[in-house]
Design a protein around this ligand. Structure first.
Ligand code: 45D
Length: 149
């Protein structure tokens, strides 16, 4: 179930990928404790998060779309060197910044595709450990690994 969920997620449009991540966060948010994400991990992502905070909403959305689309930008390369759990912590913190109003909000009328709805439904049925495995895999695939050929 984990592998197929990741596969369908990866086939989604960039916007649907961002939307599914957001909905996953809103469902799981309370089970992911800030203690679990770890201050040390966030420190490594802090530079990137600070850059995002200083951007306009349009630029913030562009950066997130670039990450999902694996565009070869400076930001995507900096993201690429983070560890898998730091990448998760980065996305978690972005969601928190969205809730606090520092990052572009999710449009309330967003229409998720059928595949997007399906990924979300499958994700909800997995246990917490499997959910984290799926999320870790999808955020690890985002950005650009500057050390890869
Ligand atoms: O206009 O370190 C659209 C543990 C449409 C422990 C849009 C852990 C067009 C160890 C594109 C939709 C494993 C528990 C706009 C960590 C449009 C550890 C905008 C786990 C505006 C870290 C869309 C942590 C936007 C976990 C802005 C499980 C979407 C963390 C933004 C999980 C979506 C984190 C965002 C998750 C989603 C974060 C920011 C699920 C973030 C999700």
């Amino acid at each position: 179930a984990v592998a197929s969920t990741v596969a369908v997620f990866t086939s989604l449009s960039v916007d649907d990928q961002l939307a599914v991540l957001w909905y996953a966060y809103t469902e799981m948010g309370r089970s992911i404790t800030p203690a679990a994400t770890g201050a040390a991990r966030l420190q490594l992502a802090e530079g990137l998060l600070n850059q995002i905070k200083q951007m306009t909403h349009e630029e913030q959305l562009q950066v997130m779309r670039d990450l999902a689309a694996k565009k070869n930008t400076k930001f995507c390369r900096s993201y690429g060197i983070l560890s898998a759990n730091t990448k998760l912590a980065f996305w978690y913190e972005l969601s928190e910044l969205m809730v606090k109003g520092f990052v572009v909000p999710m449009p309330s009328n967003y229409q998720l595709s059928r595949d997007g709805v399906q990924v979300l439904e499958t994700l909800k049925e997995l246990d917490f450990g499997q959910q984290i495995t799926v999320l870790r895999k999808v955020v690890t695939d985002m950005g650009v690994d500057p050390l890869a050929d």
